[in-house]
Design a protein around this ligand. Structure first.
Ligand SMILES: Cc1cc2nc3c(=O)[nH]c(=O)nc-3n(C[C@H](O)[C@H](O)[C@H](O)COP(=O)(O)OP(=O)(O)OC[C@H]3O[C@@H](n4cnc5c(N)ncnc54)[C@H](O)[C@@H]3O)c2cc1C
Length: 445
């Protein structure tokens, strides 16, 4: 049995980025994926990504055959459609398959060994450390074992080995469905030209998309990715909501469905530790997506980049586990701290009904610049603006009270994450984070 420096489970954006990074320094990197070769890269997604993620992930911008369209603003509409926010910023509407292949080809060019048709079913654990994985060859059916000095689980939200690891505080093995957005989307070719083809549109309407939103993301003049995401675990079926409430929009009349499908995305804070028992979690398997809008491509690339680099740095160290812990600190600084604050904000948002949303947007209780900061992942709402908003919104005190409380808890969360612990103090810290979230939910929900 060949022993690898690094085994990466999953060839999505997190796994490919980890491979690209690690293969620059080691010729013994193995990437496993359960899909057959030509299927790797396919992903049900909204296909939109902010350009800033490429800079943070230290990757060049996608070429023109990978990006179908450019985005220069996101428009967020209130339930009546009469009030809207405009968040300016550069982004791409991706051809998602070509994007996946573009990342995969970069990993293969760097020399990663890829085994498609290989479904990981369990970790191999020795002395409380993952030393490899067992996998089924999905074509020939046999079980194979692969040994690695470090393993990265980049297998998406299902978490191929997360659920079979021993207990560790904050290692959420079976996340609640309420921590996911369940989604359905179609890519359609329209008969009509799209108005504002460079604007991605988000529609807040608690009746159509309970505790979520529906989107209209143009991919050029006549192509659109249109879909809906709702809070999981409450029995809402996004496909049914799409068919009943969205598919009959006039703009879709006589349009052709190019692709369709459903999926899930975690919308909670990342795992308290992205490192457990010698394994690193990257991308959706570590719950890295933005808790408010579920955008996770950028975060999966960034966490994959960090995971691949630190895994390689740990190879020649006497105590590799101590080095692996750096993944946590680096990811908290890059995005994790912001994501935790955003989960608090998400809990606030999900409790609002259409009247609250309309009122809040009409009176700009949350301003465009707040939204801008939140969509980039900063959880800060400034005091003076907040005070002004309270005066403006005197008629709906409960929402305002909750908004002020939310801002206070976002600050508390930030403080905890600013003091992310060393491994020996991790458990106490992890308990404090859970306690803070429970406290917020108790007073608010
Ligand atoms: C409907 C929908 C819309 C979205 N819209 C957007 C958007 O517009 N913008 C955005 O930024 N994000 C969006 N997201 C989120 C984004 O798609 C994900 O956060 C991101 O793709 C996660 O990448 P990943 O590499 O972690 O996981 P994945 O892309 O899921 O890749 C995981 C890989 O692991 C493989 N795998 C799984 N299990 C195993 C196993 N047991 N053994 C071996 N291989 C395995 C899979 O085959 C897959 O190739 C959306 C998600 C959904 C569901």
């Amino acid at each position: 049995m060949q022993k690898y420096d690094l085994i990466i489970i999953g060839a999505g954006s997190a796994g490919c980025m980890a491979s690209i990074t690690a293969s620059e320094h080691s010729s013994k990197v193995l990437m496993l994926d359960c899909k057959e070769f030509k299927e790797i890269g396919k992903k049900v997604c909204g296909d939109a990504i902010g350009a800033h993620h490429f800079k943070t992930a230290e990757l060049k911008n996608p070429p023109s055959d990978v990006a179908r369209g450019r985005i220069d603003a996101v428009l967020v509409y209130s339930p009546s459609g009469r009030n809207s926010y405009k968040i300016e910023g550069e982004g791409f509407a991706l051809n998602r398959y070509e994007f996946g292949r573009w990342l995969l080809n970069q990993a293969l060019d760097k020399g990663v060994e890829l085994r498609p048709d290989t479904k990981v079913i369990s970790p191999i654990i020795e002395k409380e450390k993952v030393v490899g994985v067992k996998a089924v060859d999905t074509k020939k059916r046999g079980i194979q074992s692969f040994l690695g000095r470090t393993v990265i689980d980049a297998s998406g939200w299902t978490g191929a080995i997360r659920r079979t690891l021993p207990e560790m505080h904050g290692l959420v093995k079976e996340p609640s469905w309420e921590d996911f957005a369940v989604c359905y989307r179609e890519v359609r070719e329209l008969k009509v030209e799209i108005e504002k083809p460079n604007s991605a549109k988000i529609y807040l309407d608690a009746d159509i998309a309970p505790q979520g939103y529906w989107w209209f993301f143009p991919q050029g003049d006549k192509l659109v990715n249109i879909g809906i995401g709702v809070k999981g675990g409450l029995g809402n079926d996004p496909k049914r909501l799409f068919k009943d409430r969205i598919a009959n929009l006039p703009v879709l009349k006589d349009s052709k469905v190019i692709d369709k499908g459903g999926g899930a995305v975690p919308t909670r804070r990342p795992l308290h530790s992205l490192v457990a028992f010698g394994t690193i979690f990257a991308g959706d398997s570590g719950f890295t997506a933005n808790p408010i809008h579920g955008g996770g491509i950028g975060q999966s690339m960034i966490s994959g980049r960090i995971a691949g680099r630190v895994a390689i740095e740990s190879l020649n160290e006497d105590d590799p586990n101590k080095i692996l812990w750096r993944v946590n600190k680096e990811y908290v600084d890059a995005y994790g701290m912001k994501a935790a604050g955003l989960e608090i904000f998400k809990i606030f948002l999900q409790e609002l009904d259409n009247e609250d949303l309309e009122f809040g947007m009409r009176n700009k209780l949350i301003t465009e610049s707040d939204l801008d900061r939140l969509s980039y992942g900063s959880g800060h709402l400034s005091i003076s603006e907040k005070a002004k908003r309270i005066i403006r919104g005197i008629r709906r005190l409960s929402v305002l009270k909750h908004l002020a409380e939310t801002a206070r808890y976002m600050k508390k969360v930030r403080k905890l994450y600013e003091n992310y612990p060393e491994e020996e103090d991790y458990e106490i810290w992890s308990i404090s984070v859970d306690n803070l979230f429970s406290e917020f939910k108790k007073i608010y929900i």
